[in-house]
Structure formats: structure tokens, C-alpha cells
Design a binder for this molecule. Structure first.
Ligand SMILES: *Cc1c(COP(=O)(O)O)cnc(C)c1O
Length: 394
């Protein structure tokens, strides 16, 4: 009756998602998505949005009124910040030490901006001095930097660069897609004017929303624009009318995704942010100890490792695609490969939100140790597990 199989039901294998995102979704979040719909202007739904905004403010470390969730994945948040703050001819200074800095440059160019890239080697942090120098050269509208660079596993300090931006009267924009919910983000304390994130990394939600927060200086820049925002869909001056008191229709809110975000934020705050961040640090240290005990070399600068994403060099003689394929098909575990210049050279292991648990670390180290030994790399899975377990309480 159904020879080509198009009526076959969904039947997905069970996986453990330890890549750079999406990460495993918390079962509470999945359940929340089967809640019956409310209309997007139903007073009860508007209350859910208000509560989500308050919880997002807590995660972002801000009192910014203009804090909301854009419809779309993390890249939509990136585009939201740039299209709303940049006008043709504006100058922006962008930190580039991985894929997402490169993407920021690409989006900024499409806004008609003059883009100045400040580069650092992949796996290293950006230093503040080159930003100060670039800002001193010419009037600059904005500076944009990635907080947790998911292509390299580097956690970038933002405060010094934000201070330089503020001193030069430029807006500071931060990509917190991978960091939000996994490590401290403090927009107000650091002087970050605009930030965006995504739901599918440390918030343990499916991909589909992008939390965004604009401070007063960013909101003022938006209000003072000479040209209309070139994207109608991402125009915050329109969308803030829906999230704000006017409640006027712009586009239909993705109701079920907003339920998911609401539940995910509750999960974060119930655990307590300090406890949540400490869990990410503790388990990433255990993972690092285990990987080193397997004779592997970590990739990112040891002083600036992102706790939710560990990068490790692929040992000599081991084929990237074959090993990751076997990890997935034989052990049900997904990790990420390298991008761009580090493709085939590193693996990216995410321990994000709900997935950041000891049993996942143990399963991954056991599987990796077994597969690496079989591919001719001398190591012992048992010893790696013991090293990781010991590091848990170090
Ligand atoms: C994943 C990611 C993005 C892009 O998010 P999408 O959800 O893939 O659109 C942007 N920046 C960083 C740092 C990321 O990790």
C-alpha cells in the first residue's frame, strides 16, 4: 500500500547529543510543548511572555526592558542585533577567531556596514588592545564579539572590550548563543549593550527561538535610525510593540516554542544559576581529565576554556568521519567535527544544560577509548574513566 514509505511514521533512534548543538532537550521542556495552544494575544499567553522576559533578564544579568525571544534560531538573533543597530555606511569592529565571528562580519556587510575584523588564532582569545586601536582610528557604531566561540571552545572575556567600546561611544554587541544558561552572562555589569542567544545549546530547548536583549543605549540607537530596518520580520521597533504594552500583532508568535522556553528557563532558575554554572565547570573538568588520560590533547587555550564545549585534537592516524560515524551508530552518541581550518583536526564535545551529566561523560569516554584503541591509538578506556571520576571531586 505504501511502497515508497512516505506514510511511514517517525521512528527516530535514541541519541545522546554531545555535539555543539542542538543538545538533548530536557523531558520537562518536551512535555511543555504538547500543551494546548493559546492564541498569541490571549491574556494568559501574554502573562507567559512577561514571565519569560523576567526569567531571561535573570539569565542575561540585566534589567533591560527590551528583552524578548525572536522567532528563529541563534542566527536570527545575530541578524536582529546587526540589522537593528547598523545603517548603511556605519563602521563595526568585529572579533574574529572562529566561525561565528566570521558570520558576524558577513551579516554586517549585508547591512551595508564598513567591517573591520580583529583577528586572533582559532583556539585563542581576542585581546582588548587591537580593539582600542581600531576604535581610535575612526568613529565606530558598534563592536561585536562572540562570548563562547562554539567552533573553537574558547570563552572570551567581554568586560575589557566592552569598556573600550563604551569609551569610544560605540555599542557593544555580544553573541551569547552557547554561553547563556551554561556560564555567567552579566550584560549590565560588563557594559554590553545588545546580546543574542539561542534555545538549543545550554537552555536545552529545541532550536527555534533566539533570546535578545537591548539596553538603553542600543534602544536609543534603534529609535534614532535614519533608515527603516531593512528586515521587516526582524524589526525590533515593530516587535517590541507586541512584547511591550501595546500588544499589537506583528507576526504569530511560535506558541509551542515559547512554552518550551518558559519551561526551560524555569528549569534553569530552579536549579539556581550558580549551581548550574558550577555543574558545567565540574563536568567539563572531568571530561578534560578523561580525554587527557586517553592520551589526547585539548585544543583551546587552557586559561579560557568554555565549560559547555570542549575541543580536542584528533590523534594522528585516526579518521575523523569514521570514528564519529561509529560513535553514533554503535554507541548512539553524537559529537561534532571541526569547521573551517580545523576540519578533520579537532572534535567538539558539548556538555550543555540537560546533557551535562556524569553518565554522559562516562559513556562518551568509554566509547571513545574503545573506538580509539581499535583504530590503533594506544589508550585505555578504564583508566580514562577513573581519571575523569577522580577529577569530579578534585
Ligand atoms: C550555534 C551558534 C550560532 C548560530 O545559531 P543557530 O541556532 O545555528 O542559528 C551563533 N553563534 C554561536 C556562538 C553559536 O554557537
Amino acid at each position: 500500500m505504501n511502497p515508497s514509505g512516505e506514510l511511514q511514521e517517525l521512528n527516530v533512534p535514541q541519541r545522546v547529543l554531545l555535539g555543539p548543538g542542538p543538545s538533548d532537550v530536557d523531558p520537562r521542556v518536551l512535555r511543555s510543548m504538547s500543551t494546548p495552544l493559546l492564541g498569541h494575544l490571549d491574556p494568559e499567553f501574554l502573562r507567559i511572555m512577561d514571565r519569560s522576559r523576567a526569567m531571561l533578564q535573570a539569565l542575561f544579568g540585566t534589567n533591560n526592558r527590551l528583552t524578548l525571544a525572536m522567532s528563529g534560531t541563534g542566527s536570527a538573533g545575530m541578524e536582529t542585533c546587526l540589522v537593528n543597530l547598523l545603517e548603511p555606511g556605519d563602521r563595526i569592529v568585529v572579533g574574529v577567531n572562529g566561525v561565528f565571528g566570521t558570520r558576524l562580519c558577513e551579516v554586517a556587510r549585508r547591512c551595508g556596514a564598513e567591517v573591520v575584523a580583529i583577528e586572533a588564532p582559532w583556539g585563542q582569545v581576542l585581546e582588548p588592545e587591537p580593539f582600542q586601536k581600531a576604535l581610535a582610528e575612526k568613529r565606530t557604531k558598534a563592536v561585536a564579539v562572540v562570548h563562547a566561540e562554539t567552533s573553537t571552545g574558547v570563552l572570551q572575556p567581554l568586560e575589557a572590550i566592552a569598556r573600550s567600546a563604551r569609551a569610544a561611544d560605540a555599542l557593544m554587541i555580544a553573541d551569547t548563543v552557547t554561553s547563556l544558561g551554561g556560564t555567567a552572562v552579566a550584560l549590565d555589569e560588563w557594559g554590553v549593550d545588545a546580546a543574542y542567544s539561542g534555545t538549543q545549546k545550554c537552555l536545552s530547548c529545541p532550536p527555534g527561538l533566539s533570546p535578545v536583549s537591548f539596553g538603553e543605549r542600543a534602544a536609543a540607537a534603534l529609535a534614532a535610525r535614519k533608515h527603516k530596518v531593512q528586515s521587516w520580520y526582524l524589526d525590533l521597533s515593530l516587535i517590541q510593540e507586541y512584547w511591550g504594552s501595546a500588544r499589537s500583532y506583528h507576526h504569530t508568535a511560535p506558541i509551542s516554542m515559547l512554552y518550551a522556553l518558559h519551561e526551560a528557563l524555569r528549569v534553569c532558575l530552579e536549579e539556581g544559576l550558580p549551581a548550574r554554572f558550577a555543574r558545567h565547570v565540574r563536568l567539563s573538568r572531568a571530561l578534560a581529565a578523561g580525554l587527557e588520560a586517553l592520551g589526547l590533547q585539548l585544543f583551546a587555550d587552557p586559561n579560557h576554556r568554555a565549560p559547555m564545549l570542549t575541543t580536542v585534537r584528533i590523534p594522528e592516524g585516526v579518521d575523523d568521519a569514521t570514528l564519529r560515524g561509529r560513535l553514533l551508530s554503535e554507541f548512539g552518541i553524537e559529537i561534532g567535527g571541526g569547521l573551517g581550518p580545523v576540519k578533520g583536526k579537532i572534535w567538539r564535545i558539548g556538555l550543555m544544560g540537560y546533557a551535562c551529566r556524569w553518565p554522559n561523560v562516562a559513556a562518551l569516554l568509554g566509547a571513545l577509548g574503545t573506538l580509539l584503541s581499535q583504530s590503533g591509538h594506544r589508550c585505555e578506556a578504564g583508566a580514562a574513566l577513573a581519571a575523569a571520576h577522580a577529577a569530579l571531586d578534585a
